[in-house]
Design a binder for this molecule. Structure first.
Ligand code: MN
Length: 709
């Protein structure tokens, strides 16, 4: 059992790098933490408070400032003890309370590490949720100590924590530039997750050592000899890489334990930047550089401040050796990463010109609301603008889904499962029903409403923004469409043929396909259905002589066959029947005959009154474009869209009789347009033309039962 760290030990440690530390405050924090955690124990049986103290010591070893050390001492108080945010604020100041609160929030994030694809999102979420990177530093130190003491946990718990560490915390440490922390976290996890692999690597190390002697010392001596020759003062460090990073390289490259460069790493630390390049020159002169392995992170530093030259050379016996060359200051940043900013040396903040200003660094990653956060609704208010091309939203279970900016609930649905996407009928964002083209914002939770048998709509293609959703919708539509278009095409053909007094039999259609050079009847019908081909073209191809005889438009009074001579009639305003549709007449006392479309729901009222029904059908021939139909459109609220809609309708030789808005939202309009049309084929053409426009989110024929006669 390691010796227990006392408050004096901790203060002494802090004083080594920061003699001006606020000893009294550290002592008060230590006492407060000890008192709060009194009576709590760890799995190992130790007093619980040994844990926060160890976390504080880890951070003190990194020479971090008082606020970080105090936060470490208090990091579990708000969560696990009677302590509160306001009490911590009162005793230690708002800054400390904020930091402790930040650590608590990270701790409370539901990490489902079983889904490794979520890991990257969580790492981003961590940054987004941390106003101050010291929160993450404390969280990482917390995890490091828990991993160092993991053996006292239950085996299942060990595996879960190790996986989480491997997926989330180790890469997080890497992102922060803390390589040593990353390596230690990985190696501790590795020994839980795959002890056999780790042991076998350790054994091979020993074997190698026996075979070749102290390779590290030999290579180190070689490098030193080279440096002496060109008289450069520099320190050379050689070390075996951690078993996990060796194992990972072996996995990645699918090769054995043979490449020296993957086992040992060497560092040359110089006094100044000029020497860095001189060392590189000397090494490259002595040994052959391996092509493609040279990297200059000095002229192009990593975003976390990492600067170094990397090269791999063929050293002794042609064995490859990896060498990193950098100055002392660069090295400090390479080890501490972003934390270098807070580190102290001789009582003052170490002024390392290469240390990244964490405030600027995190600002580069995140733009957040400065307004006071409502802590209870924290997640909803988290602004995750840092990856400005991405949004993060949540499933009802709290899992994070990453989508590109501008993504809609459809993208969300398809991101979860194609089945969910295909059967989507609606969505709720933060509990409120929203149109499918609503753009999801960061931190929102999305629920997809599905219905059995629902199929994707053509308009979805333009609503979805992700490739995954678009291709799934296309795939589904292709299957769906053909069937739908064939059905529609058959109906259009029927009407066109009837108009010239013919029947659209399979035989006639097959002949038509041949005449038009199409592979078969279904192909002809599908083309008719999607308006690639006009029904009158099919009729013309088959009966060129007939077309000429029916050029004149039918007078409206004679439009319908089956009406007694002299009897007046009206078209029902509820269903707005148009030529080409099946119709029926209903006699209304005192109003004469009203013509309904056969599928008009109003007809149900007359089910028992057979005597009032009159069989009717449209006159076969060309009707004037004078049949009013109401269309309901949903269009995006962008400049010029409405104008384009009107042009599209005009291009189809249809007249707009009326237009009214029913809904105006910042991002869309919903409107009703009354259009005068010739017949059902004309309607179909108009609807197809509109549907093809990217700014039309929805279009449907609008029939209002309330307008019944
Ligand atoms: Mn803890």
């Amino acid at each position: 059992m390691p010796h227990e760290i006392t408050v004096d030990d901790l203060i002494a440690l802090v004083r080594t790098y920061n003699p001006k530390t606020n000893e009294d405050k550290l002592r008060r924090a230590f006492d407060y933490g000890a008192r709060m955690h009194e009576g709590q124990f760890r799995h190992s049986g130790e007093a619980y408070f040994t844990h926060p103290v160890s976390v504080a010591a880890i951070l003190a070893e990194q020479q971090l400032d008082d606020a970080t050390i105090i936060t470490a001492l208090l990091h579990d108080t708000i969560e696990d003890t009677a302590s509160t945010y306001s009490e911590v604020a009162e005793l230690f100041g708002n800054d400390i309370a904020e930091l402790v609160d930040g650590v608590t929030k990270l701790t409370n994030l539901q990490l489902s590490s079983s889904e490794t694809k979520q890991a990257e999102n969580f790492r981003k979420l961590f940054f987004a949720m941390s106003k101050d990177l010291r929160v993450i530093l404390v969280k990482l130190a917390d995890r490091l100590h828990n991993m160092r003491t993991i053996k006292s946990m239950r085996p299942e718990k060990q595996v879960q924590k190790a996986r989480e560490t491997m997926d989330i915390y180790a890469p997080l440490a890497g992102r922060m530039g803390m390589q040593w922390m990353r390596e230690e976290l990985e190696d501790l996890s590795f020994s839980v997750l795959n002890p056999e692999a780790r042991n076998s690597i350790m054994r091979r190390f020993l074997t190698l050592q026996k075979e070749t002697g102290d390779v590290v010392q030999q290579i180190k001596d070689d490098i030193c000899t080279v440096l002496e020759k060109v008289s450069i003062e520099a320190s050379v460090v050689g070390r075996a890489k951690k078993p996990f990073s060796i194992w990972r390289k072996m996995q990645e490259k699918d090769q054995g334990f043979s490449r020296l460069s993957d086992i040992y790493g060497f560092r040359v630390i110089t006094e100044n930047e000029c020497d860095v390049y001189r060392v590189l020159g000397a090494i490259h002169q002595r040994w052959r550089a391996v092509p493609g392995r040279f990297k200059d992170y000095i002229s192009q530093p990593k975003s976390n401040g990492y600067r170094s030259l990397h090269t791999t050379v063929s050293g002794r016996d042609g064995k490859r050796v990896e060498v990193q060359i950098r100055t002392r200051q660069m090295h400090d940043v390479a080890e501490a990463g972003v934390a270098a900013h807070w580190s102290y040396r001789d009582g003052v903040r170490a002024e390392n010109p290469f240390a990244v200003d964490p405030a600027k660094w995190i600002k580069g990653l995140t733009e957040r609301l400065d307004s006071a956060e409502d802590h209870d609704e924290f997640l909803e208010h988290v602004k995750l603008e840092m990856y400005s091309d991405q949004v993060f939203c949540f499933t009802p279970k709290g899992e994070v889904v990453k989508l590109p900016r501008g993504a809609t609930p459809l993208d969300f649905a398809y991101a979860i499962h194609t089945r969910i996407g295909d059967s989507c009928v609606g969505a709720k964002i933060d509990g409120i029903r929203v149109p499918l083209w609503t753009r999801i914002r960061n931190g929102q939770s999305v629920i997809i409403l599905t219905a059995e048998g629902q199929r994707p709509q053509a308009t979805w293609i333009d609503i979805a923004v992700t490739g995954r959703a678009k291709s799934a919708i296309r795939r589904s539509l292709r299957e769906e469409d053909r069937g739908r278009f064939i059905k529609l095409g058959r109906e259009l053909a029927r009407v066109a043929f009837e108009r010239v007094g013919k029947k659209a039999t399979d035989k006639a259609l097959q002949t038509g396909a041949k005449a038009l050079d199409l592979p078969n009847m279904d192909d002809l019908l599908a083309r008719l259905g999607c308006a690639e081909l006009m029904a009158h073209e099919v009729v013309e191809a088959l009966y060129p002589e007939l077309i000429l005889t029916c050029g004149d438009e039918i007078e409206p009074a004679h439009a319908i066959v089956g009406i007694e001579q002299g009897q007046g009639f009206d078209l029902a305003p509820c269903c707005q029947p148009i030529p080409g549709e099946r119709i029926v007449g209903i006699t209304y006392r005192g109003r004469g005959l009203i013509v309904h479309a056969i599928d008009c729901p109003v007809l149900m009222e007359f089910e028992e009154e057979g005597a009032r029904w009159v069989d009717l059908h449209w006159h076969a021939g060309t009707h004037p474009a004078a049949h009013g139909v109401t269309l309901r459109l949903t269009i995006s609220n962008d400049a010029g869209v409405l104008g384009r809609i009107c042009t599209l309708i005009g291009e189809q030789k249809a007249n707009i009789a009326d237009l009214k808005f029913v809904d105006r939202k910042p991002d869309f309009y919903r409107l009703l347009i009354d259009v005068d049309l010739r017949d059902s084929e004309h309607l179909h053409r108009v609807m197809m033309a509109l549907e093809a426009d990217t700014d039309v989110a929805e279009i449907e024929r609008y029939r209002d039962v309330a307008r019944k006669p």
